[in-house]
Design a protein around this ligand. Sequence first.
Ligand code: GDP
Length: 679
Amino acid sequence: MPIQSRGSVRALALVGPTNAGKTTLMESLLLTTGAVGRRPDGGAAEKVGDASPEAKARGHSVELNLASFDYLDDHYTVVDCPGSLEFCTEVDAAVPAVDLAIVVADADPAKATLLQPTLRELERLGIPRALFINKMDQARGSLQELLDALAPVSTAPLVARQIPTFQGEKVTGFIDLALERAFVYRPGEPQQIEIPEELKGEEADARFHMLEQIADFDDELLEQLLSDLTPSRDAVFADLVREMNEGLIVPVFFGSAINGFGVERLLKALRHETPAPERAAERLGLDGPGAYVLKTAYVGQSGKLAFARVFGGKLDDSADLTLPNEERARVGGLFAVQGPNIKKIAQAGVGDIVAIGKVEHAASGQILSVTGQPQQLRSAMRARRPLFAVALAAKNRQDDVKLSGALSKLIEEDPGLSITHDQEGRQMLLAGQGEGHVRLAVERLKRRFGVEIDTSQPKTPYRETIAKGATQRSRHKKQSGGHGQFADVTIEVRPLPRGSGFVFQSRIVGGVVPKQWVPAVEQGVRDGLEKGPLGFPVTDLEVTLTDGQTHAVDSSEMAFRVAGRMAIEEAMGVTGTILLEPIEKLTVYSPSPAASHVTSALTARRGQILGLAPREDWKGWERIDAYLPQSERQHLINELRGLTQGLGAFEADFDHMSELTGRLAEEATNAAKQPAGAH
Ligand code: GDP
C-alpha cells in the first residue's frame, strides 16, 4: 500500500449513476497501475470495491470506498462514490475534497439523463469534472447520437477528446483528437497506429469541432481558427487543461473498464491535467495546514476513524488538531486506506487521503485545523431534506439506552440520516434520503450494534374539528362530605374556517363566573380539546363562555377547569367531529419521459395535480406541483424512484388540513384507538 511518493498527489472521485461501472473503473485503474495483482483470469486478485456486507448483499456500492495507486511518479487516491441518490449525502461530503470528479457514464444514449443530477451538483460545487463513457464494448448506434443525448445533461459543454473507432459493430480503439493519433485497444497500454485513411475526414471534423468548443473560452484561439491558422498542440493542451480546471468544459473520454480499454489513456490525461490539491483547498476555504473530513466510520478494532484529505502541510501521527468548534484533539494514529484494509503510517503528505484515529468528535464536512485556529468551510454543505422515515423502537425496553447510543453513532457517520422525537405521536423517527437509505441504516443498527428493533410507519398527525355549532351547559358538582366542588358554565361552540386554530372568548357579565376563574374554564376547554371523540387533537373552533353559576363556598379554580372540560366534551358529543388530515404541497422533479407516470402515481395516492411544467434550467425534466395527503407520502419516494430510474426527488411542505371521510377516516380512527406500542 504505497502512500508516500515523490511526485504529485491527486484525489479523484468516481461519480455517476449506479451500474455505470464506477467500481469496475476503480478496479481497472488499480490493475492497470499494478496497485493490486491480477488473477489468472484477468480479474483483480484483491477485492477493493464494495466490500461491506450491505454492499455485497445489494450488489452495488452503498458507501464511499477509497483506494490508492501510483502511476509513473504520481500518487492517486480514488473515492468511489455510490451512484444511488439514496446515498447522495455521503457523496455531498466527499466530492468537495477531490481535485477532479470522473463522471462514469453508460454508452447507452437512453441512460444519458441519469447523469444530470450528478453533473448539476458538481457544477454547483464548482468541482472540475471529466466524463468517462464506459461500456464502449456494448456501444451501438452512432457516436453523434450518444453525444446529442448527453449534451443537455451538462451546462458546461461536453468536449469529446477522442472518437472511438469500430470494426463492424465492435469498438477496437480510438483516435485522440488533441494528439491526433490513433490507438488500438489492448488491455494495458493501447497500441499506436496510423490514423486509418478512411477516418481522416471524420477525425478532422471532430477535431475542428473540439477546437471550436474550446475557442469559446479563448479569443486568441478563435482568431486563429477564423484565420485558418493551425494552433500548436501545446496551445490546445493548455486550453483543454485550463478550461477543464476552471469547470468551463467537460472533456469526454471513452473506454471499457471491464476490459481495461481506454484506462491507460485516461491515466495519461489525469497525470497531465488533474488540478493540484491547492485548488481544492482554496475551494473548501482552507487557510493553512489542515485536513478536510470526507467521512467518518467506526471500524472494527480501530474505533472511530475520520477519513480526511490533508492540505497545506504534512500531518504527523501525533499532531494536534482543532475542530471547527474549537475543541482540541490529538491524532491517535494515521492509516493508509485500500478498500477495506488499513495500514498504520507515521505521516501523511499534502493531498493524501488517510484515516485519522481517535478524533472522537470529528464529522464529515469539517476542517480539522493544524494551526491551532479553528477553520470553517467556505460554503456550508448542502442541507438535504429527508424523503423517507420510519418510526423505530427497541424490541426490549432494556435496549433503549443501547439504541440511542447506536443511533447517535450511525448519524455521526452519515449526516444524511436524522432522528426526531415526535412528542405528539410518541414516536422516534429515523429519516433519510429514501427507503433504501433508511432500511440500510436499520440493518446496520442490527448488525453492528446488535440492537433488536421494531419499525413501523410514522403516525400521521390527524386533527378533528366540530361539524356544527352548539350551546352546552355543564355543571360540575361534588358534595361528598367536607369541602364540596361546584362550577356551572355555559359555552357556545362554533366551527371556524380551516387553519384558524382555537379561539376562546368570554361574554360573562355581572361576574356570574368570577373574572379570575375564566382562564380556568379556558384551560379546561383546552384539556378537553387535546383528544376529541375520534382520538385526535381538536382544532378550528371558537368557544365562547356565555354564562355560569358560582357557589360561595364550593367554587374554585379547579372546579371551573373541570366544568370547562366537561362542557366541551359534552358539546362535542352533540356536534360530532370530523377528521382532518394534513395535506402537503409537493414539488416533484422527474425526467420528462416518466412525468405522466408520476402524475398518475400521485393521483392514485389521492394527490391533486396543480401544475406540470418544464423544470427550469434542466432540459428533459419536468416539475410537477401537487397537493398530497401526508399519509400518502410514506412510500412515494420508492415508487417515484422506481418510475424515474432512481432519479426522481421531491420537496414536501405542510400546506393545509382537509376533511377525511369514509373508509380511510375509519381506518385512521381505529388505528389511533389501539393501545400505544401496538403496530
Ligand atoms: P457502479 O455501480 O457504477 O460501481 O458499477 P459497477 O462497476 O458495479 O458495474 C456495473 C456492471 O457493469 C457490472 O456488472 C460490471 O461488470 C459491468 N461493467 C462495468 N464496466 C463495464 C464495461 O466496460 N463493459 C461492460 N460490458 N460491462 C461493464
